[in-house]
Structures are given as C-alpha cells and as structure tokens.
Design a protein around this ligand. Structure first.
Ligand code: HEC
Ligand code: HEC
Ligand code: HEC
Length: 465
C-alpha cells in the first residue's frame, strides 16, 4: 500500500489542476487490487469511484438502508447534518447523489427527447441510460461466466479480475465505504468524480467555484488530461488472457467515448473534440508503453496497438509546432528503454495537448496530414495485424477530426462524410482486413476533402437573415 502511495506521489504531473487532484488521491492508496494485475498502478494512482450529496428528502428505499433515520433539517443546514453519519467514509455511494433536488431530477422514466442535460438530472441519466450503471449486471451474464472460467477466475462478480473495472467498489476497504454505497452500482459517480467525503458538503455552495471545489478533492474532469487519466484506467489496457478469453478488445479514444456516453454534462467549445482525441491517444500510448514494459508476456494485439499509436502520434506531432515529438525513437523496437521513453514523451504530449489552445486551423492541418498516409498501407510491408491496427487508429482519428466541421456545415462536408462511412466499413472488416482496399478508400477520402474546401472551418458566407 505505502509503496503505491509513494509511486503515485512521485509521478510527475505538470498540469496544475491535475496536480491538485492527484495529490488529493492519497486516499486511493488504500484501494486494494491484486499485485499481478496491470491496472494495479493505475488504480492506485488515479483512483476509482465516488458518491455525492444527500440533501433533503431521501427516498424511502434509501432510508431503509440507513441504520438510523436521518434528521430532516431545513435545507440550509442539510448537507452538514445529513452527512454527519458518513464522516468516516470516503465513498458515499451513487444514491447519495440521487435526491431530486440534487442530481436525481428530471422526468422518469427518462427518454432521449425529454432529457435536459445539466446538474439536476445527472443521476437520472446515469441510472437509466449509462452503460456504467449496468457494469455489475454484465458480470452476471452467461458470457461473463464463460470468460471468467476461461481464465481460471471465480465468479465474475466476486473476482477482482473482473470487478477491478466493472465494479471498482468491490476492492475498496469496507472502512472507507459509507452505508449507502453499493458494489452493485458498478461504475458510479465517485468512480469518475472521486470519493466524495472531502467535497460532498462544500460542492453545493453557490459561493464556491469549480476550481475551489477541485482544491477540496472533486476531480477536475473539465481538464482533458485528468479526464483521459480517469477513463483510461479501465478503457485501454486489458490483460492478454482476458483478451484470449473473448473479452471485447479495448481501444481507448477519449473524444468518441465521451460523445458515446449519455451526456450528463455540457461540453464547451467547438474544437474540444479533436483536442480530446489527441490527449486521449497520447494517454493510450503512455498506458500501453507502461503495460508492455511491466508485463512478462504481452498479447500481439497490445504490441500492435502500441506500434500503431506511436505511428499515429509521430505523424500528428510532426505537424504541430512546439509539441513533444517522438523523432528520437529511431527504431520502434519494444526494448524496455524505448518503451520507457515513449511512455514519458506520451505523458508530456497528453499534458501539452490538454493545456494548449486548439483551433480549426490546427484541426484541419492534422486532418489533411493524416488523410495523406495511404502510402503506409502497402500490403506486405507489415504484418496484417499491424496494418489493421494502424487502420483502426487512423479511421478513428480522421472521423473525430472532421466531426466539428461536419457539425458546422453538413452540405459542404457531405462528400467526405460519405467516403468516411466507406472507410469505416473497410476498417471494420475485422476478420479479413484488406490493406490494399483500405488504402484505395483512404485515397478516395483524401480526394473528397477538396469538396469541403481548404477552409479553416468558418463558413465562407454567413447566411443572410
Ligand atoms: C472504473 C472503470 C471505468 C471508468 C473509470 C470508466 N469506464 Fe467506461 N466502461 C467501463 C466498463 C466496465 C464498461 C462496460 C459496461 C458494461 O456494458 O457492462 C464501460 C462502458 C463505457 C461506454 C459504453 C461502451 C462503449 O464503448 O460504447 C462508454 C461510452 C464509456 N464507458 C465511456 C467512458 C468515459 C468517457 C469515461 C471517462 C469519463 C469512462 N468510460 C470511465 C469502465 C470504466
Ligand atoms: C481493464 C478493465 C476491464 C477488466 C479487467 C474487465 N473488463 Fe469487461 N469491459 C471493460 C470495458 C471498458 C468494457 C466496454 C468495452 C467497450 O464496449 O468499449 C467491457 C465490456 C465487457 C463486456 C461486454 C459488455 C457488453 O454489453 O457488450 C463483458 C461481457 C465483460 N466486459 C465482461 C468482463 C468479465 C467477465 C471480466 C472478468 C473476467 C471483465 N469483463 C474484466 C473493462 C474491463
Ligand atoms: C464515466 C465517468 C462518469 C461517471 C460515472 C459520472 N460522471 Fe459526472 N461527469 C463526468 C464528466 C467527464 C463530466 C464533465 C466534466 C467537465 O467537463 O467539467 C461530468 C460532469 C458532471 C456534472 C457537471 C454537469 C455540467 O453540466 O457541468 C455533474 C453535476 C455530474 N457530472 C454529476 C454526476 C453524478 C451525480 C454521477 C453519478 C450518478 C456522475 N456524475 C457520474 C464523468 C462521469
């Protein structure tokens, strides 16, 4: 335990906000995760779940789980009094956030058309629509049982081999868990926002800013670097035996996965998507570098994920002035030294990309550069698995880089959109990936960019009103 705490403390984090957050995660040092697991370090460093506020009226079902009935204070003093019972617990539990005057508002059952995104219904959205609320139930399926049996683990809901990602509260010391916190909640509020003990009361105060709440331990998920570190703890590195046992392969891509998660928050800025993409890919390279260096044996897939990420980020950073680059890695042998260097540069890149401003011109430049990489898909040049992994990362990249342009001007981006769909199809043919076909389609996509014009994303003409 102590060792992990120190490892966490030593890790260099330049981003000011994340420094605060990660420092606060001293408490994560108590998270128990078996030594042999690859996420051990990550979970120790980044931490897992969370909880929140219990304000006024608790639903009857909640009260039923609380040892003594809670007082019914007036709203002004609610949080302080209500939480007296939980003072000793770091994790409060999702139900602690679910009061209708906190984050459990909104119509229920909620439908896509009735959701108004915002603070008030974060719980409702998570509970009814977010895959994370169902991750514990997933472990009860036949498919999960087969997977666990194949790796010689016990019942999926009882083995850390599965719960470390699907039900992270399972590994937390009982003494740190409040009476409302339940393993069954799977990946809940505190898994992403941080254990709520230190900030549950103060975060409701209207006179405190988000930055001030962050200093009391609320994780700063508005920082793309902090967010990437949070999600990637579960979304990239998968032990090879789980891979062989039929677990879905994990490919982390922060932008698309942030879009895919049913939103309980609002995202700011048109160009944040491509920026999130770059931060996420850099974090993915850092994590695969780390995992390959730590593990005795590594799966082919993971090795190719590493190569393809390095390839992608090398191309990308070569077009960006003053960003960390990978040129010094002249050979891409996975020697311990190269892996360690790639890990360091990738982390630096993730932090840099998170901190620097990002705009339309940058997005377009990277899009054009990557779209011109058909020459790298010559069949026979590399193993099919290598080419396919490059195709996966590249297609994800191109689609995220063009997304904000498409959103601004569907008409001009209609042709590239069509070609992108076809590109996805050639990349998706997992069983028999055809590199030559992919390269052809990539050329077609690149040509189609001319239809959209060489612009910076700002429509040339503003429609007269
Ligand atoms: C504690 C581990 C953990 C963390 C942290 C985590 N996830 Fe997940 N995520 C999972 C698991 C496990 C599933 C699969 C749930 C299921 O279907 O049983 C999942 C599923 C998803 C899905 C649905 C499946 C898909 O790919 O469409 C999305 C989207 C997603 N996560 C995005 C995110 C984002 C964005 C973050 C960070 C803000 C994040 N996750 C943080 C473990 C985690
Ligand atoms: C490193 C973290 C991690 C570990 C360990 C892990 N999973 Fe997962 N699992 C995920 C994530 C993330 C997803 C979502 C993948 C996606 O769709 O992008 C997922 C998806 C799944 C799915 C598919 C869910 C669906 O609806 O399609 C099943 C089933 C599953 N996991 C079972 C297991 C079992 C059983 C174990 C243990 C033997 C396990 N997982 C261990 C992270 C993990
Ligand atoms: C998989 C990770 C994840 C989980 C689980 C999660 N959140 Fe969030 N949440 C985020 C991210 C990412 C943001 C965006 C942060 C930002 O941009 O500042 C966010 C933002 C928020 C916000 C701010 C909304 C806004 O519009 O700014 C609230 C409130 C919130 N979450 C509450 C909750 C509650 C309550 C739960 C549990 C019921 C929960 N979250 C579960 C990742 C998560």
């Amino acid at each position: 335990m102590g060792e992990r705490c120190r490892a966490g403390g030593r890790r260099k984090v330049g981003d000011k906000s994340s420094l605060l957050v990660l420092n606060k995660t001293g408490i994560f040092c108590n998270v128990k995760v078996p030594r042999s697991l690859p996420l051990r370090y990550l979970l120790g460093r980044i931490g897992v779940p969370l909880g929140l506020i219990l304000t006024v009226a608790l639903p009857g079902s909640v009260l039923a789980q609380v040892p003594a009935p809670l007082p019914e204070p007036t709203p002004a003093i609610v949080t302080a009094r209500t939480f007296r019972n939980f003072d000793s617990a770091d994790f409060i539990g999702a139900v602690g956030c679910s009061s209708s005057i906190c984050h459990g508002g909104g119509p229920s059952p909620i439908t896509a058309s009735t959701v108004v995104v915002g603070d008030r219904n974060a719980f409702t959205i998570w509970k009814t629509r977010d895959a994370h609320a169902k991750s514990w139930a997933t472990l009860a399926t036949e498919r999960s049982a087969r997977m666990a049996a194949a790796i010689g683990a016990g019942k999926p809901q009882e083995t850390a081999r599965c719960t470390e990602c699907h039900a992270p509260m399972q590994a937390v010391n009982a003494s740190r868990i409040g009476p409302l916190s339940r393993v069954e909640d799977g990946i809940s509020c505190e898994s992403c926002h941080g254990p709520a003990k230190s900030w549950i009361r103060s975060h409701t105060r209207r006179d405190l800013t988000h930055a001030q709440n962050v200093t009391t331990g609320l994780r700063d998920l508005g920082s793309l670097y902090v967010r990437a570190n949070t999600c990637i703890a579960c979304h990239q590195v998968l032990p090879p035996d789980l891979q062989k046992a039929g677990h879905p392969p994990l490919v982390f891509e922060l932008d698309a996965q942030s879009v895919a998660e049913p939103k309980h928050w609002k995202e700011s800025g048109d160009w944040r998507g491509p920026q999130a993409w770059l931060v996420g890919q850099a974090a993915a390279l850092r994590e695969t570098s780390w995992a390959l260096n730590k593990r005795d044996s590594s799966g082919d897939l993971e090795r190719e994920q590493w190569r393809s990420l390095l390839w992608l980020l090398r191309k990308t950073t070569n077009t960006l002035a003053d960003f960390p680059k990978f040129e010094y890695l002249t050979d891409i042998e996975m020697s311990p030294g190269n892996l360690a260097r790639a890990q360091g540069t990738a982390d630096e890149l993730a932090r840099t990309a998170s901190a620097r401003p990002w705009d339309a011109t940058t997005t377009r430049r990277v899009l054009d550069t990557l779209a011109a990489s058909d020459g790298d898909f010559a069949p026979g040049k590399e193993a099919p698995l290598a080419l396919q992994n490059k195709a996966v990362r590249l297609t994800l990249a191109l689609s995220r880089l063009m997304a904000p342009f498409q959103a601004r001007d569907k008409g001009r981006w209609a042709k590239p959109s069509e070609e992108m769909q076809k590109l996805f199809m050639t990349m998706d043919a997992r069983a028999d990936f055809d590199a030559a076909k992919f390269a052809d389609q990539l050329r077609a996509f690149q040509k189609s960019l001319a239809y959209a014009g060489p612009d910076d994303g700002v429509p040339k003409q503003t429609a007269a009103r």
